[in-house]
Write a protein that binds this ligand. Structure first.
Ligand code: NDP
Ligand SMILES: O=C(O)[C@H](O)CS(=O)(=O)O
Length: 494
């Protein structure tokens, strides 16, 4: 297929821009169906690549190759797998500039932020390369004189992975690294809007020594077909998914027949609470990164900002002053802090949330309109006077809109913060230690940022409760999800 020179001309190593899918160790330029799909730059609307739209034939071939390769890969020692992941980490860092350019041009986020994502994704590869040597088991005192009990952990087997467009490198690295660290193999399907980052990662993995078949990247428009095959094919032992709760629900239903092992990182609706005793400048800094990182297109973005009455006006003024300094534009341009939204649906949802809030009494304190740049660009926005009956209170905006809610008491804000089916990330600012423990213990979320707006790191367990998902990614907890526990009972030991 094709890759635009708009992209390749910007790369030190143009070979990192792939117009092929990786199926069982073979780079294929053309699907058997002959079908293709385009990848466009959301900042300009230009077609930057045309890729093979692989079908079930190629997908099953990738799954069969992963199954065939898995036993040999699992027989490698943890140390041998660690060495391959270390090499991949080194290659990701060495090629971070090119990987960032590919990411910005296919997804839109500003280049500096894209490079940050590459290093974030690489941190998972580094972390799980180290963990590969530490998949410990147990010995348990026997329950009878002649018994000896050993607990071992073994790789789950073939893993199907489906990843979203908003972090096209890091979300895949955070799945692929633990999987191959423990001896699993993986077939992955990136979002059709942003497949190039995944393909570049697959090329570097190949260069790092990941054997053929161990890691495939299938490029497909028919995501539902991929999910159905992952759930129905008994060679696939686990499905790991990051994306919307709706699709997570579909996968759970589809996986039920085989009791498929699932890892689900789904939607969020994060509260961001500023108490009267907060350090306001720190709270504003935290709100800026928690709300506007990736143009508000992250599952852990502050979706509702609750500000206690005593500091509401001061916080709102300080936040507006900071947001007014943001620069909307093409992520490849120097100084741009805010790129385009991913597509027209995203723009439509942002507009809908603003219109609904204003119709119910909220005020636009800043922004509120599409950017004069046109296209998919939107002004960073602050809404004031927001109330719980508005869509922004119950739906994830996934865009650059900060809705400010006023509250009076601690009990009132905890009840409002917990009043959602989601439970991924939450944040609050206070200097009172007793209050910090009281509030943190009552918030019904998998992750709580306290006096910080950025909690994502490879060393901690990332994930949610309620309808935000199942399982954790990153940290020592993240590798467990790719292993099965086996208990050996040795008898006759007289
Ligand atoms: N918890 C977390 O870490 C994250 C959660 N999210 C959540 O996801 C949403 C936004 O991301 P978005 O990418 O639009 O989410 P989607 O769920 O629409 O897409 C995520 C991935 O799933 C694929 N997909 C779509 N439909 C199906 C299906 N029926 N079966 C199998 N796979 C399918 C998509 O393919 P294709 O795009 O090619 O259609 C894409 O690769 C938000 O709610 C956000 O909060 C997003 C990122 C991280
Ligand atoms: O996809 C996402 O939103 C990521 O999980 C957010 S983070 O890990 O970069 O915080």
């Amino acid at each position: 297929m094709t890759i635009s020179t708009v992209l390749t001309s910007r790369l030190k190593d143009p070979s990192l821009a792939l117009d092929k899918a990786l199926v069982g160790g073979e780079w294929i330029a053309r699907a058997e169906s002959g079908k293709t799909f385009d990848v466009t730059n959301p900042a300009t609307g230009e077609v930057i690549a045309t890729l093979p739209d692989v079908g079930k034939v190629e997908l099953v071939r990738a799954i069969d190759a992963a199954h065939a390769a898995q036993k040999a890969w699992a027989k490698k020692t943890g140390k041998e797998r660690a060495a391959v992941l270390r090499k991949l980490f080194d290659l990701m860092v060495a090629n971070a500039d090119d990987l960032a350019t590919i990411l910005t041009i296919e997804m839109g986020k500003p280049w500096a932020e894209a490079r940050g994502e590459i290093l974030y994704g690489a941190s998972y590869v580094e972390w799980f390369g180290e963990e590969a040597k530490r998949v410990y088991g147990d010995t348990i005192p026997g329950h009878q004189a002649d018994k000896r009990i050993i607990v071992v952990k073994q790789p789950v087997g073939v893993v199907g992975a489906i990843t979203p467009w908003n972090f096209p490198n890091a979300m895949l690295a955070r799945k692929m690294a633990p999987a191959i660290a423990v001896g699993c193999t993986m077939v992955s399907k990136p979002a059709s809007q942003t497949p190039l980052s995944a393909l570049a990662l697959a090329l570097l993995a190949e260069r790092a020594g990941v054997p053929a078949g161990v890691f495939s990247v299938v490029t497909a428009i028919d995501a539902a077909m991929v999910g159905q095959e992952f759930c129905a094919n008994d060679k696939v032992r686990k499905v790991t998914f990051t994306g919307s709760t709706n699709v997570g629900r579909i996968l759970m239903r589809q996986g039920a027949d085989q009791i498929k092992k699932l890892g689900l990182e789904l939607g969020g609706n994060a509260p961001f609470i500023v108490f009267d005793d907060a350090d306001l400048d720190a709270a504003v800094e935290g709100a800026m990164i928690s709300k506007y990182r990736n143009n508000g297109q992250t599952c852990v973005c502050a979706n509702r900002l609750y500000v206690q009455s005593g500091v509401y006006d001061a916080f709102a003024d300080k936040l507006a002053a900071k947001v007014a300094q943001m620069k909307v534009g093409n992520g490849m341009e120097e100084g741009v802090t805010t790129g385009p939204l991913i597509d027209e649906n995203a723009v439509r949802k942002v507009k809908e949330h603003i219109t609904d809030a204003v119709s119910k009494g909220a005020k636009v304190a800043l922004g509120g309109e599409p950017s004069p740049l046109g296209g998919l660009f939107f002004q960073p926005t602050i809404l004031s006077g927001v109330t719980s009956d508005m869509m922004v209170a119950t739906e994830e905006t996934f865009g650059p809109v900060a809705p400010l809610f006023r509250f009076d008491t601690e009990d009132e804000v905890i009840a409002m913060a917990n009043n959602t089916e989601f439970g991924l990330a939450s944040y609050f600012y206070s200097k009172d230690v007793a209050k910090i423990f009281r509030v943190a213990e009552q918030l019904e979320y998998g992750m709580v940022g306290i006096n910080t707006g950025l909690i994502s790191t490879e060393v901690a367990p990332f994930g949610g409760i309620k309808q935000s998902g199942i399982g954790r990614e990153g940290s020592k907890y993240g590798i467990e999800d790719y292993t099965e526990i086996k208990y050996l009972c040795l008898g006759g030991i007289e």
